[in-house]
Design a protein around this ligand. Structure first.
Ligand code: PAF
Length: 273
């Protein structure tokens, strides 16, 4: 596995690659969720590129940019073991320029739910992913369904800008007890972790209700809020695949999303029905 930090070195290594390139963009602190993306990329491509870059432009002032977990050595080992060919670990100064052209997330999709709570967050995500796509020129790029809104926005970005990349959505990976894997889980104390479990429990309850025939979004949301009464729920939303709110849940069309704070940690999770 080659590790590169500069644009020039990345370009040189990319230039040597023939055949398909699978790309997994990450912010590091890699866990089993990232590993599932890397493994799928490995299965499906001749070459696998992973980037580790804690992108400053997607953090709002006061968010956890400074304390976001950084685990370079562990990430390197995970990538090496998983058969990654090229690991790109740039500094912000390599990626961003002065007074540069900026992209904006879609006016609706980029500013509801996560985008409403974190205005400008998705602008930073599209900015950096567009740059990374420009550099890596992947045929396939792998993203987790846990960040459902990010995934939809990036699919739209690829469509809207006619990018020659296929976005591959991947299932959320969970701990045995249901907690969705996230780099931010390391912030949780044991007691907070126990309380955080109510998020996946609420989603499971919702799924059971739907399987039993319940279709009312209001009834499902009320039940979910009851399950999560020990934590600070920011939103529960039942939307279609384009994130339009739904009053009635539809099988194979709805996504149920939750954002909540447990102590100082903000967590998101969802299920795709
Ligand atoms: O999902 C993430 O880790 C980040 O938002 C991404 C896509 C790597 C862009 O910085």
């Amino acid at each position: 596995m080659k590790i590169v930090r500069t644009i020039q070195a990345l370009r040189e290594e990319r230039g040597k690659m023939e055949g398909s390139v699978g790309f997994v963009p990450t912010m590091g602190a890699l866990h089993a969720g990232h590993l599932s993306l890397i493994r799928r990329a490995r299965e499906e491509n001749d070459h696998v590129v992973v980037s580790v870059f804690v992108n400053p432009t997607q953090f709002l002032p006061g968010e956890d940019l400074e304390k976001y977990p950084r685990r370079e050595e562990a990430d390197r080992l995970i990538c090496e073991k998983a058969g990654v060919d090229l690991l790109f670990m740039p500094d912000a100064s390599a990626i961003y320029h002065e007074d540069e052209v900026t992209l904006k997330a879609p006016a609706y999709l980029g500013y509801i739910l996560e985008g409403h709570r974190r205005p400008g967050h998705f602008d930073g995500v599209v900015q950096v992913v567009m740059k990374l796509f420009g550099l890596v020129q992947p045929d396939f790029a792998y993203f987790g369904k846990k960040d459902a809104q990010q995934l939809r926005i990036l699919q739209k970005m690829a469509e809207d800008f006619f990018l020659p990349v296929t976005i591959v959505p991947m299932e959320t990976v969970r701990e045995e007890d249901g907690l969705a894997l996230s780099s931010r889980n390391v912030y949780l104390s044991p007691e907070e972790r126990r309380r955080a479990l109510s998020i996946s429990k609420a989603l499971k309850r919702a799924s059971k209700m739907v399987m039993a025939g319940e279709r009312s979004a209001e009834a499902i949301e009320a039940e979910m809020r009851e399950v999560m009464r020990g934590i600070d729920v920011e939103y529960v939303a039942i939307v279609d695949r384009d994130f339009r709110p739904q009053e009635r849940v539809e099988l194979k069309k709805s996504i149920i999303l939750v954002a909540a704070r447990v102590g100082a940690t903000r967590l998101i999770d969802n299920i795709w029905l």
